[in-house]
Write a protein that binds this ligand. Structure first.
Ligand code: SF4
Length: 176
């Protein structure tokens, strides 16, 4: 990765970041079980989520084929803890941050994998499962869908999971 990492993160709009060894990350069937409960209503809806991303073992293997995992976050203000509209807008903005980070690192990395938070949302209607993804080069698998407890990952990376009252923080990861 380039030396100007902080500048890259700032340009992408990343709040905090930290680097962990993917081999130290737990890929959990328990988290996958939460996906299957489908409370987020994304399970089986896009190429970015289970079951399309593969089994937890396949996700672990894919992630651990890289030597580094740069965990990044986006922090957003809410009007109050029931500001669902604000949370939805924050989720969209975090996707934009993830895409900007992808665009920023592309010139430096020949092989990498970028995970974002739940779902995809790039297209009005996803092609899953009938046709291939329209934008495979911009497809960011769901970090939760990979079986990762994001709060544990944040702690491992030395990052805050909760960042103040009336805020929400989302997490993604760049494997390289
Ligand atoms: S980019 Fe479009 S087709 Fe691909 S997973 Fe996302 S919504 Fe589906």
């Amino acid at each position: 990765m380039p030396e100007n990492l902080q500048e890259i993160m700032d340009r992408a709009g990343v709040y905090r970041f930290g680097i962990v060894d993917p081999k130290d990350v737990d890929f959990s069937e328990t988290v996958r079980g939460y996906c299957e409960e489908n409370l987020c209503r994304q399970y089986g809806k896009t190429w970015a989520c289970p079951p399309a991303v593969g089994t937890v073992s396949e996700c672990r293997e894919r992630a651990q084929s890289y030597g580094n995992m740069l965990v990044f976050s986006g922090k957003f203000d809410l009007e109050d803890s029931l500001d669902f509209e604000g949370m939805g807008a924050a989720m969209v903005e975090f996707k934009n941050i993830s895409q900007r980070l992808d665009d920023e690192v592309k010139p430096y990395l020949s092989d990498y994998l970028l995970l974002s938070n739940e779902g995809c949302g790039k297209c009005e209607s996803c092609t899953y499962p009938d046709n291939p993804c329209r934008f495979p080069e911009k497809l960011h698998g769901s970090i939760e869908g990979y079986g990762i407890f994001v709060n544990e990952l944040a702690a491992k990376a030395g990052m805050g999971y909760n960042n103040g009252e009336n805020t929400v923080t989302f997490f993604g990861a760049l494997l390289y």
